[in-house]
Write a protein that binds this ligand. Structure first.
Ligand SMILES: Cc1cc2nc3c(=O)[nH]c(=O)nc-3n(C[C@H](O)[C@H](O)[C@H](O)COP(=O)(O)O)c2cc1C
Length: 236
């Protein structure tokens, strides 16, 4: 990543091998990425439902809405574009700085995107291009608004995440636009309502286990035969 902020191991308590004993005392941080530029987006709406539900299982959650936080097209040369700056309450703010803090805060992610030509939105792909080590050892869930279930979209997001050594939930949530919600935004499709609860619960449960183990392995320099050992310098 070209961000400025280095992460700190602070979000999960470490050092206990008995995961069940430690489970009650931890709160996992879940960051939802809203990848639609459309006002009234179905994928963003479903994302907010999942994050709200995830709080019931002991998570803190935030949304990073790419419609509001506009990241310029990623430039690997690292040149700092004027487009990265915006005014917030009279202060000049570097958007990438703010986004990077959220990414480092997160232990798990939910990526929500519309299906565009069988793929994720350009905004979502551009967001993913900015980060890589930050995604390692974190768990990802997927939401796709599509008229065709969006399986190819989910596969492509999974590929990007795997490439960065992130872990993916083995299923997705797919929304078929207005067919799945009533006028007040509640799911009218019971299968979708169940899947929202399932993703929320699984993301918190599996996301906590994976993140905790990853951080333990990063910290434990005596263990060398783990992918986590590659991230010791990064987390140092
Ligand atoms: C440029 C573009 C390409 C699209 N391509 C597809 C597609 O390949 N398959 C599909 O089912 N829907 C496609 N759609 C429809 C959107 O995926 C659908 O309207 C979705 O619900 C929008 O999600 P949102 O409400 O979160 O923005 C496309 C829409 C646009 C604007």
């Amino acid at each position: 990543m070209i961000g400025i902020t280095k992460p700190q191991i602070q979000t999960l308590k470490l050092g206990q091998s008995d995961n069940s004993a430690n489970m009650q005392s931890t709160r996992v941080n879940v960051l939802g990425i809203a990848g639609s530029m459309r006002k009234g987006s179905f994928s963003t709406h479903a994302l907010k439902l999942v994050l709200e539900e995830a709080k019931r299982y002991g998570s803190d959650s935030r949304v990073l809405d790419l419609r509001e936080v506009r990241l310029p097209i990623y430039d690997p040369s690292g040149s700092v574009s004027e487009e990265l700056y915006r005014e917030v309450n009279g202060n000049r703010e570097n958007v990438l700085d703010t986004v990077t803090k959220d990414i480092n805060w997160a232990d798990a992610f939910v990526l929500a995107t519309p299906d565009y030509h069988g793929s994720m939105s350009g905004a979502m792909k551009n967001f993913l291009d900015y980060f890589w080590e930050e995604f390692a050892g974190k768990t990802f869930g997927y939401i796709i608004a599509s008229h065709e279930k969006g399986l190819t979209v989910a596969d492509q997001m999974r590929t990007s995440v795997r490439q960065c050594y992130g872990w993916s939930m083995p299923y997705n949530i797919s929304i078929n636009g207005g067919n799945d919600f009533n006028s007040t935004g509640n799911p009218i499709n019971s299968a979708l309502a169940n899947r929202i609860k399932m993703l929320a619960r699984d993301l918190v449960t599996y996301g906590t286990l994976i993140r905790r183990q990853f951080l333990q392995d990063v910290m434990n320099k005596e263990v060398s035969d783990t992918y986590a050992s590659r991230y010791r310098e990064y987390y140092n």
